[in-house]
Design a protein around this ligand. Structure first.
Ligand code: DC
Length: 230
């Protein structure tokens, strides 16, 4: 039986609605380690751009914004707060407009450098689960365990739709499916660090599995690698 290292990283990548954030949160709680939602950082910058009237896909204006915007992440009771210039913007970053802004802004090289530096600094010094698109391939290629979650478009859009309805956002299911496909295409075809499974990632298609089934499977993989609650 391997002993659990004091600091270890688990990478969970995959497209929107694949279940990665739910699983990251549950795994982190089960293992008693931190959870970093890297998408929230791109969302916060997308939100900051929209609030300043900047087009999130405009490299020049966004680079100027990066020179004086402060992006921070803090944790209270295991819950992530994502701060722009000291303000917790977490309540504002889950809308469809901000989702698209996050996808647009995350394709810009300056933005990726800005966020990846912070993610590495947090991830490399703490025991953590990180979820995103490029954690296993680019942010932490030496992560101790890597998962890549997928699910069919319809299933993922259905989950996203329910999340939004539960959050009180009024949306049309067809719009959610359309936006998800546009975002998938953008995120997986961009030049820099696109959504991609690392060659050593464990692939899990969550389309036909319940939340508990996916979680149990992932937890078993952690235990098999000697990653258990310390
Ligand atoms: O995981 P999410 O839906 O909250 O991510 C929002 C956007 O941020 C997503 O469309 C792509 C981008 N993103 C990224 O490029 N790299 C990451 N590690 C996480 C998210």
């Amino acid at each position: 039986m391997e002993t659990t290292p004091a600091i270890f990283q688990i990478a969970i990548d995959g497209p929107s609605g694949s279940g990665k954030s739910t699983m990251a949160r549950r795994l982190a709680a089960a293992l008693g380690i931190g959870y970093l939602d890297t998408g929230a950082m791109y969302r916060a910058l997308g939100f900051a751009a929209l609030r300043r009237g900047i087009r999130p896909s405009d490299p020049t204006d966004v680079e100027i914004m990066l020179q004086d915007v402060e992006l921070d992440v803090s944790f209270a009771d295991g819950c992530q707060q994502t701060l722009i210039d000291g303000e917790d913007v977490s309540p504002f970053i889950r809308t469809p407009d901000v989702s698209m802004a996050a996808s647009d802004i995350s394709a810009l090289p300056a933005v990726r450098g800005f966020c990846v530096d912070k993610q590495r600094r947090i991830g490399e010094t703490n025991a953590m689960v990180l979820d995103g698109r490029d954690i296993g391939t680019y942010v932490l290629p030496d992560a101790d365990l890597k998962f890549f979650l997928t699910a069919g478009d319809d299933v993922r859009a259905g989950r996203r739709y329910l999340d939004l309805v539960k959050a009180g956002v009024s949306v049309d299911m067809n719009d959610v499916l359309h936006d998800l496909r546009v975002r998938d295409r953008q995120d997986s075809t961009r030049e820099l660090a696109p959504t991609l499974a690392a060659s050593d990632a464990i692939l899990i298609d969550t389309s036909e599995l319940s939340e508990d089934q996916v979680f149990d499977l992932m937890l078993r993989h952690c235990a098999a690698r000697g990653l258990t609650r310390g």
